[in-house]
Ligand binder design. Structure first.
Ligand code: HEM
Ligand code: HEM
Length: 246
């Protein structure tokens, strides 16, 4: 396996071995937090220990970082593959500098979002917006496999939306505790229920991406077989008739 393929696999490997197991624990603790709160409201006591809440929040913070991290890894792979394949720095060196600065700014604002105190409501809003903007602008760069014409099954759109929802959850975290009317709690549940559906979708579309984005040794065959059928404006790819022996 070439080094490029190992880098390609970094993102799915971390998703499967770190992000999804972490999500399982976060969801388990979320159900316990809810059950504990409802039992305490109705009967005044619950068998579920109060630590469930702390564990949900601590691991939730890790989950946000892990999701933003793997999205940045995937985007870096896609964007820099394109930069190297097309020698973009020769044609437009400013673009490459801009992309590098954008990665640094996005990572910087994520760190500052983690550091922002509960009372710094505005700063939390600012850093969450900057982190989200960083991901979206990076996602618009050349080389990212966006599949916009099939957005409803696009790994990219699912992934960016899930990451934005995680950033939002981190930003509103202190609000859930401050708000006695439970409005922020309900917003949190709705946002993360949507995130949960997106994570299921990411498991499916990610596996599909693994099949669609070729490894280095496959790329040559695919280009050979498919390129003939495409022109610059209209690319209608039909099932090629494969030779008996490749
Ligand atoms: C898949 C992801 C997640 C799901 C499904 C989820 C769901 C929930 C649920 C059902 C509750 C209980 C609400 C209630 O008391 O009725 C809750 C509470 C909470 N969640 Fe999440 N959540 C997720 C991720 C996160 C993340 C990423 C964070 C923070 C970064 C977070 C922070 C909180 C906080 C602060 C509470 C209140 C805990 C308490 O009352 O002690 N959650 N969540
Ligand atoms: C938390 C879950 C995940 C999130 C948030 C996520 C997000 C993303 C994003 C935003 C991209 C960039 C768009 C692109 O270039 O296609 C991407 C790429 C990719 N994802 Fe995921 N993904 C997740 C899980 C998975 C899983 C489970 C797999 C496979 C089993 C996978 C496989 C891939 C592949 C092969 C690529 C393209 C290569 C790359 O750019 O690194 N992803 N993902």
């Amino acid at each position: 396996m070439a080094l490029k393929d190992i880098i390609l696999l970094l993102h799915p490997v971390i998703a499967v071995t770190v992000v999804f197991p972490l999500m399982g624990i976060v969801i388990n603790r979320a159900l316990q937090v809810r059950q504990r709160r409802l039992e305490t409201v109705s009967t005044g006591k619950s068998k579920i220990p109060p630590i469930a809440g702390q564990e949900h929040v601590q691991l939730g913070r890790w989950l946000t970082g892990a999701v933003v991290g793997i999205v940045l890894i995937a985007l870096a792979y896609a964007i820099f593959s394109n930069v190297f394949d097309h020698q973009v720095w020769l044609k437009s060196s400013f673009r490459v500098v801009f992309i590098v600065l954008l990665f640094a700014a996005t990572i910087g604002s994520t760190i500052l979002l983690y550091q922002a105190k509960a009372k710094d409501q505005n700063w939390r809003g600012v850093f969450a917006t900057l982190t989200g903007m960083g991901l979206v602008i990076l996602g618009c760069q050349d080389g990212v496999y966006r599949l916009t014409n099939k957005w409803y099954m696009s790994h990219y759109y699912y992934g960016i939306t899930a990451a934005l929802l995680m950033i939002f959850s981190l930003a509103i975290l202190p609000e859930i505790y401050k708000d006695k009317t439970n409005v922020w709690r309900k917003i949190h549940i709705a946002a993360n229920f949507l995130a949960l559906l997106l994570f299921f979708g990411l498991g499916m579309t990610g596996t599909l991406s693994l099949l669609e984005i070729p490894l280095t040794w496959q790329k040559g065959y695919i280009n050979q077989l498919y390129q003939k059928q495409c022109d610059a404006n209209n690319c209608l790819i039909t099932n090629p008739i494969l030779p008996d022996k490749l």
